[in-house]
Write a protein that binds this ligand. Structure first.
Ligand code: SAM
Length: 272
């Protein structure tokens, strides 16, 4: 029976062979590598990957697509099929080797942001991530300060990963055609962070607060974190907006808060 694409699972299947070959050329899979494909669907990418790598795990939520994937797996021992919601899937069951797993996928656009944050939780297992996303989301991921697309997603992903847009993909490459343009992005998690927040949850909280109302000045959005004196100590213009601050600025603010807190925690610190 033919499979009818399901909107609720964001099913837009890739049909354009040139685009598929271009994606493979970006990934450059190697025979000693371990790949995780998210949302294999009707296996357009899976077919091109399965003979090229040592192991290919695929995670697909749609039960109706599992039998064909299992069939493919009987012919290719490298392929392991997991029927699961990738947002609940623990990547530690696939490997414990640091920076080894390569993640690929033409992602369901409705879950792309939570999925990227889910992947970040396992970033020390990931060698790289090559994913197709809505073009607008790729723009947000790779945007630099001052750009209209620059926001929380840009800061949080650029903190952890080197981010690079690789390919534009038009709606005509898919069936059914999505209403938006798509793009492939490469994320490479840093083994050594170039900028290190001493307290990661504080860094994340500052970024979230600053972008909660991106048109407002940081004097207002960060007022629960920074006083007028703090802005002076940081040599930071309180009239700036979140979109003007670089990843380095956010790290600097959160590290300043961490050092101020640890000084005040230290007995007698008020006298220092
Ligand atoms: N990779 C295929 C291709 O390029 O033709 C399919 C891409 S389609 C945009 C997204 C795929 O992700 C679908 O097969 C869909 O069923 C699957 N999917 C959607 N939500 C998922 C989830 N939460 N966990 C795992 N797979 C999911």
């Amino acid at each position: 029976m033919p499979h009818h694409p399901k909107k609720r699972f964001g099913q837009n299947f890739l049909r354009d062979q040139t685009v598929l070959q271009n994606i493979i050329a970006c990934i450059q899979p190697q025979t000693d590598q371990h790949v995780l494909e998210i949302g294999p669907g009707q296996a357009a990418l899976t077919h091109l990957l399965v003979d090229k790598v040592k192991r290919l795990d695929v995670v697909e939520i749609d039960f109706d697509l599992i039998p064909d994937l299992q069939n493919l797996a009987t012919r290719h021992p490298a392929l392991k099929v997991h029927q699961a919601d990738v947002l609940k899937f623990d990547l530690r069951q696939l490997t414990n080797q640091e920076y080894s797993l390569r993640v690929v996928g033409n992602l369901p656009y409705n879950i792309s942001t939570p999925l990227l944050f889910h992947l970040l939780e396992y970033k020390n297992l990931l060698r790289d991530i090559h994913v197709m996303l809505q073009d607008e989301v790729v723009e947000r991921i790779t945007a630099t300060p001052g750009h209209h697309a620059y926001g929380r997603l840009s800061v949080m992903l650029q903190y952890h990963c080197q981010c690079e847009k690789l390919l534009d993909v038009p709606p005509t490459a898919f069936h059914p055609m999505p209403q938006v343009n798509s793009a492939v992005v490469r994320l490479i998690p840093y083994a050594q962070l170039p900028l290190q927040a001493h307290d990661y949850s504080r860094f994340a909280a500052v970024v979230q607060a600053a972008f909660a109302e991106r048109r407002k000045m940081i004097r207002n959005t960060l007022k629960s974190f920074l006083s007028a004196e703090d802005f002076v100590a940081l040599n930071l213009d309180p009239q700036l907006r979140a979109e003007n601050l670089s990843v380095a600025d956010f790290v600097r603010i959160s590290n300043y808060l961490s050092s101020r807190k640890s000084r005040s925690d230290y007995p007698g610190s008020r006298l220092l």
